[in-house]
Design a protein around this ligand. Structure first.
Ligand code: PEP
Ligand code: MN
Length: 268
């Protein structure tokens, strides 16, 4: 394989390595205004700043729920404004970049699009002037060198407000949905100036593992943490088994705040 050479070294505008750990919580999929707003109310009540939610879902099976599309973006925009939260959602297709950009505060590149270079370029292009945050997830078979190199497709277009997101790798292990590469956090810190988020829900696959992984993320020095939350996980249209209820999420944030304080950090 040819050598992969990273990488931009400019500090991004958002999520730099400060004493704050941002939480990107919210439902896997936006399913209705009621569902989204119930989670938003919980997040805002905890004094957090961001809500995530899927509008276009990259489902393995084409017969699974694909997301509400633009209707979900409208729900997110209205709910975000109502509860004073910033919104984050995945862009799956180049043709949706501008539309998604017009509704939300942060754009996510999902693991399955890790090497969709035209999508990465287009996201860089649409966020060039707004400098909206781009949360770039690692592919589940991607090396860190490939990840950092691919990041340049976004930043070359003019937006270096990128947050990298570790979300677990495909390995021989089947006890978890994916194997969380917690080492990616110090390695990214050593090799780049980008902040790194740890998605603790998708590698866990089941909700009872989420708190331990979230504590690990705080302890290892993650700059942000992604956690899926649903008002009624058994009825969720995607990723039900791994989503926390608002009550479970509230308990976890209380725990994480105590732990973060040990490191002189704040959960926001
Ligand atoms: C998600 O965060 O909604 C998602 C689909 O995650 P991933 O791309 O990591 O599978
Ligand atoms: Mn999910």
């Amino acid at each position: 394989m040819s050598e992969v050479k990273p990488v931009s070294q400019k500090l991004p505008d958002y999520g730099t390595r400060t004493d704050e750990i941002a939480i990107f919580a919210g439902p896997c999929s936006v399913e209705s205004e009621e569902q989204f707003n119930e989670v938003a109310e919980c997040i805002a009540g905890l004094g957090l700043h961001w809500i995530r939610g899927g509008a276009f879902k990259p489902r393995t099976n084409p017969h699974s729920f694909q997301g509400l599309g633009e209707e979900a973006l409208q729900i997110m925009k209205a709910g975000g404004e109502k509860y004073g939260l910033k919104t984050l959602t995945e862009v799956m297709d180049s043709e949706h970049c501008e539309m998604v950009h017009s509704y939300v505060d942060g754009l996510q590149v999902g693991a399955r699009n890790f090497q969709n270079f035209s999508l990465l370029k287009n996201i860089g292009k649409v966020t060039k002037d707004s400098h909206k945050m781009v949360l770039f997830k690692r592919g589940f078979a991607g090396t860190i060198a490939e990840w950092l190199a691919a990041t340049d497709y976004i930043t070359m277009a003019g937006n270096d407000n990128v947050v990298l997101c570790e979300r677990g790798l495909r390995t021989f292990e089947t006890a978890t949905r994916f194997t969380l590469d917690i080492s990616a956090v110090p390695v990214i810190h050593k090799q780049s100036l980008y902040p790194i988020c740890v998605d603790v829900s998708h590698p866990a696959g089941v909700r009872d593992l989420v708190p331990a992984l979230a504590r690990a993320a705080v302890a290892v020095g993650a700059d942000s943490i992604m956690i899926e939350v649903h008002p009624n996980p058994p009825a969720a249209l995607s990723d039900g088994p791994q989503q926390l209820t608002p009550a479970q999420f509230t308990d976890l944030i209380t725990d994480l705040r105590e732990l973060a304080a040990v490191f002189g950090k704040k959960i926001v």
